[in-house]
Design a protein around this ligand. Structure first.
Ligand code: CA
Ligand code: CA
Ligand code: CA
Length: 900
């Protein structure tokens, strides 16, 4: 199989719902002790140190800690929440298990053990996710629904062992079992428990006594490949590197095998040894010299890699447009139509306009004081999995998209982004489609400008829901009140920079729009200069991401660069020269949320963006040689890091955040990989030295599968790609009424902070997992598996860049299909793999064209057979249907029949 079990390196990488990640045994299903016939729960006794799919869920200000230790699940109430603290009710602190299916008339047996360190009360129920339907609650047998809403009292240190049965009075396709442990409210007289209470759960069980059809299905654990490659493969002319898991201290032989299993290239590995970021012992396999297109696998020791291709320009082209389609699909304010969706279930992904009229309440401070005034801020992109729209994150995303176009102009590849290249409503309006997509965000940002009062021309920081919403929600069904947070210096400078950049790119296309942008940019810069210290707080709860930034010298620099390029006005040049960031490109993100993140820019650190614009435009009065020398230093640093890393990524561990001193990969680490790739792209363009181009390639290899998780972090791309990014609408995993994510969505990836309860509920202890392995693919795992505009933008940028320089270039309208994976190299076992379409018989490879046509004939014969079978099945179905019909008619006409 593509995975080979390695002694001493046996790590089961848990996908969705596998029982244990730390203690699982490679190649075996979950430990049998915890699964027994009839069990509907994915975890019952917590004896293996894992809690999932049980998890805690908090609504502000409710707060809990939890630990899975000593064979029990312990929840500590830090803040009960509840109405008296500004929350809602007892459900502000919950412990729950989702993914249940309840059938009307079935009998269920419920069992659990609960202990509390203080006396208090709790409420428990099985019902739908919205919380308005219950089939069972508390101590009942299901007959008292609607009248016994009182929580169950429990004494300090008492252990309640509950075992009872109930019969469901209705069916629920998507249900949960929840314990409410929070504060007071309309339905709860006083808090359930005081802060500091430890509530212990054990021996949970839910058995459907009537049928086992809805028992919990554990997904078979998968074992990572012993050789990690870019799962798509490699362009023909670029460097081609893979990582071999090996404890060997000396180089080992490896072979590149073609589809028939024949070796076409032999080489020797380079020993890296212990790779700190992954905790793996690794070698690098370099087969860059091999340039023939085809489908291959690598073999070394007793390992064979997944199949991959050489010659992937068309696959990269497909990825480019799918990753850009992310933005269309996250547009707010307009209907999302299937005709403009480039991948996935286009019918299910289409949706009604979200926040079609986004007229929101303006807050007069960040504490949530309403001003009584509203503003229409319809449009723009939703930021991420939520329905917030944040100027400081929209800004960098929009800037990157416009810079991708400007870079394409610089390198002569702009035809890939011209009118009629992208599937968007504006694909026939005479303007470049990439600029059209960016303009959708720019037009929204212009609506975020303060219209009057002392802060006129400043820009509101963000607009979002007043409270966080749950997963499984279409934007059109979001009923939360919308609020606009106060203007900030950072947001104002984001607008100044992006609008000035827009002016440059649009002035020869649409002068009216360009002038409007420039006027807004100048006014914003002036307003920010007059209010240089209006910051959004770093910490904030309630309905939206904080996006706090208390260091804006970098935003001032960025805006000054863009305005100088737009106007040539010396005032901006002087401001640039006075700024600490003048011509500086850094490898460390400092200030705001970040302590020492290894990158040159992110949403809160934007000085480098100004310098990148200078590099493409070379304005007079700027010491370009000095800037270019600085760029080279940084690019060399990233290359050095790639060479040191076992998996070739331009990323290093750092301090997790301003409030977490631990070291590791930071939130959205994958975005730093592609951000740094853009810096390498610039150095390639400036130097024409191919090693920098290959540096971009290496970064993408990591994102697309050459990583210690053996995941392609981009949905739909690769033979083992992420499927469940955190997103309210793409929430098929929670509720099948919603679609799966489309292709081309990049997950934020490994995050040592492990902030969400899902990833911690996996049994992983923070600080014990190697930085590059703090990842799992689950929609609830928002701290490792979210997706957002400022991560997909650099992905699209890097993919477009490498493809443009391939000899094939970017092909509009390409589609991607992963190679069929075989369990072994034995073609007889092809059928065991559920991956995409079945390939023609292997013999085609070694025979001539005549056999090629034979194989076509075979497939035609097969098609005939399928058609005959289909016709037979249809006839049978019709006959049965008619019988039922006549039987029903008969029954109707004879009312004494049993059916009536
Ligand atoms: Ca236990
Ligand atoms: Ca267009
Ligand atoms: Ca900043």
């Amino acid at each position: 199989m593509f995975e080979c079990v390695r002694k001493g390196a046996a790590v089961t990488l848990a996908g969705l719902f596998t029982c244990s990640t730390l203690f699982g045994v490679v190649g075996l299903p979950c430990s049998t002790s915890m699964v027994y016939a009839g069990q509907m729960l994915g975890q019952t006794d917590f004896d293996d140190g894992s809690g999932l799919p049980w998890h805690i869920v908090e609504s502000g200000p409710g707060k809990m800690e939890f630990a899975i230790e000593d064979g029990v699940y312990k929840v500590t109430i830090v803040n009960p929440g509840g109405r008296s603290r500004g929350g809602e009710d007892r459900w502000d602190c919950q412990f729950r298990h989702r993914g249940l299916k309840i059938v009307s008339g079935h009998q269920y047996k419920v069992e659990y053990e609960i202990t509390a360190s203080n006396s208090g009360k709790y409420y428990t129920k099985i019902g739908n996710l919205e919380g308005n339907i219950e089939v069972w609650h508390n101590m009942s047998n299901g007959n008292d629904l609607g009248n016994t809403w009182d929580p169950i009292p429990i004494a300090a240190n008492e252990t309640k062992k509950v075992s009872l049965t109930f019969t469901a009075n209705q069916s629920l396709d998507v249900a949960e079992w929840a314990f409410h442990l929070g504060g007071d409210g309309q339905y709860t007289n006083g808090d359930c428990f005081p802060a500091g209470t430890v509530i212990t759960f054990d021996n949970m069980s839910l058995i459907d006594m009537t049928s086992d059809e809805n028992d919990y299905v554990h997904e078979e654990p998968w074992v990572r490949s012993g050789i990690l490659t870019n799962q798509l493969g490699y362009l023909t002319e670029t460097s081609k590197k893979a990582t071999l898991l090996s404890d060997s201290k000396s180089p080992v032989k490896f072979s590149l095998l073609d589809e028939s299993g024949k070796s076409v290239y032999d080489g020797k590995s380079t020993v890296i040894g212990y790779d700190e970021d992954s905790g793996d012992n690794v070698h690098v396999l370099d087969f860059s010299d091999y340039k023939k297109e085809g489908t291959y696998s690598l073999k070394a020791d007793d390992c064979t890699s997944r199949k991959f291709k050489i010659g992937i320009a068309k696959d990269y082209s497909a990825l480019l447009y799918d990753s850009l389609n992310y933005f269309y699909q996250n547009r707010s304010g307009i209907e999302i139509k299937s005709e403009y969706i480039t991948s996935g279930d286009t019918k299910a992904l289409a949706r009604k306009a979200g926040h079609a009229s986004d007229v929101a309440q303006i807050m007069s401070d960040f504490n949530g004081t309403k001003s009584g005034k509203t503003q229409d801020v319809t449009g723009g992109w939703y930021d991420a999995g939520d329905h917030g729209k944040y100027v400081v994150n929209g800004g960098i995303s929009l800037w990157l998209m416009q810079n991708q176009y400007e870079m394409a102009l610089y390198t002569g590849s702009e035809s890939a982004y011209a009118d009629k290249t992208m599937n968007i409503p504006e694909n026939n309006n005479g303007y470049p489609d990439l600029l059209d997509e960016a303009r959708y965000e720019m037009e929204w940002m212009l609506k975020m400008i303060v219209l009057d009062g002392p802060y006129k021309d400043m820009v509101y920081h963000k607009v979002h829901d007043i409270k966080w919403t749950g997963l499984g929600l279409a934007p059109a069904d979001d009923e939360q009140e919308r609020i606009i947070m106060p203007p900030t210096t950072a947001a104002t400078l984001n607008l100044a920079a992006c609008a000035a950049q827009s002016y440059r790119l649009w002035k020869d296309l649409d002068k009216t729009y360009a002038d409007k942008c420039l006027d807004a940019a100048k006014a914003a810069y002036k307003a920010a200069s007059a209010n240089p210290k209006m910051f959004a707080p770093l910490e904030e709860s309630g309905g939206g991401g904080a996006y706090g930034d208390d260091k804006v010298v970098d935003e001032f620099y960025w805006a000054a660069c863009e305005l100088y390029l737009a106007t040539g006005d010396k005032q901006y040049l002087n401001d640039m020269k006075d700024n600490d960031y003048y011509l500086k490109i850094d490898t460390v993100l400092k200030g705001g949320e970040s302590v020492d993140g290894y990158a040159s820019f992110d949403w809160g650190h934007t000085a480098t963006l100004g310098n990148l614009s200078l590099l493409l435009n070379e304005p007079s009065g700027v010491k370009m040689e000095e800037l270019k020398a600085n760029l080279k230093d940084v690019a060399d640093d990233f290359l050095k890091t790639e060479d040191k890393q076992g998996y070739g990524q331009p990323l290093k561990a750092g301090t997790i955040s301003y409030k977490d001193d631990d070291k590791g990969y930071i939130w959205g680490s994958n975005s730093l990989v592609v951000d740094n790739a853009i810096v390498l792209a610039y150095q390639y363009v400036m130097s024409q030295d191919e090693k920098y181009y290959n540096g971009v390639v290496s970064a993408l290899d990591y994102i697309l599968g050459r990583n210690p998780m053996d995941y392609s972090y981009v949905t739909g791309y690769g033979t083992h790609a992420v499927k469940y990014p955190h997103h309210r609408y793409w929430s098929n995993l929670i509720d099948s009424a919603f679609p799966l994510a489309p292709s081309g969505v990049m997950s934020g990836g490994p995050n040592s902070g492990m902030e969400d309860p899902w990833v911690r509920g996996s049994g992983w202890k923070k600080g014990t997992i190697a930085p590059a392995k703090c990842f799992l693919d689950h929609i609830e795992a928002w701290s490792v598996n979210e997706c957002t505009i400022n991560w997909n933008a650099p992905l699209a940028y890097a993919v477009g860049f490498v493809t443009a320089f391939d000899k094939e270039g970017i092909t509009i309208g390409s589609t991607y299909e992963a190679p069929v994976q075989t369990k072994t190299n034995d073609s007889a076992k092809v059928d065991e793999v559920d991956n995409s379409e079945k390939k023609p018989d292997e013999k085609v490879d070694v025979q001539d064209t005549k056999n090629g046509s034979d194989s076509k004939k075979d497939s035609k014969d097969n098609t005939k057979l399928y058609i005959i079978i289909a016709i037979l099945v249809t006839i049978i179905v019709i006959v049965i249907s008619l019988e039922i019909f006549f039987y029903k008619m008969y029954s109707k006409m004879h009312p004494t029949s049993k059916q009536e």
